[in-house]
Design a protein. Structure first.
Length: 124
């Protein structure tokens, strides 16, 4: 009985962890455009009023391909206001959030998520 409970708990935990990946939670908005042992590069697009599900990014660099305005809601309920101009670049440590386009323009960004690595960066 304990073994079944442990396997079930592990399965639930694994599914919850996978659900945190932005590409899995919001595949209609995030597209992987390159991935290797060192980075995962994402193309992200949304329209005014659209919102993501809660997801996690490892440490990342964001490059804005368009001007946009959004809120970032953190797991503790804190809401951050963000506004970007085309060409803006931002660094962030690991972050779990929900993003909402609260502006009047679509969002288009490239996100470079960093991976821990000790070997060469070979493309997958």
């Amino acid at each position: 009985m304990f073994r079944i409970a442990l396997i079930t708990a592990a399965s639930v935990f694994s599914c919850a962890a996978l659900a945190q990946d932005a590409v899995k939670t919001d595949g209609d908005k995030y597209k992987v455009i390159l991935e290797n042992n060192c980075v995962r590069v994402l193309d992200y697009r949304d329209r005014p009023g659209e919102q993501t599900h809660q997801h996690t990014h490892p440490a990342f660099v964001l490059y804005a391909l368009s001007a946009f305005k959004r809120t970032i809601t953190l797991p503790d309920g804190k809401v951050l206001q963000r506004q970007f101009k085309e060409g803006d670049v931002m660094w962030s440590d690991q972050q779990t959030h929900i993003g909402t386009n609260v502006g009047e323009t679509p969002t288009h960004v490239v996100i470079v998520e960093l991976k821990s690595t000790t070997g060469p960066c070979t493309q997958k």
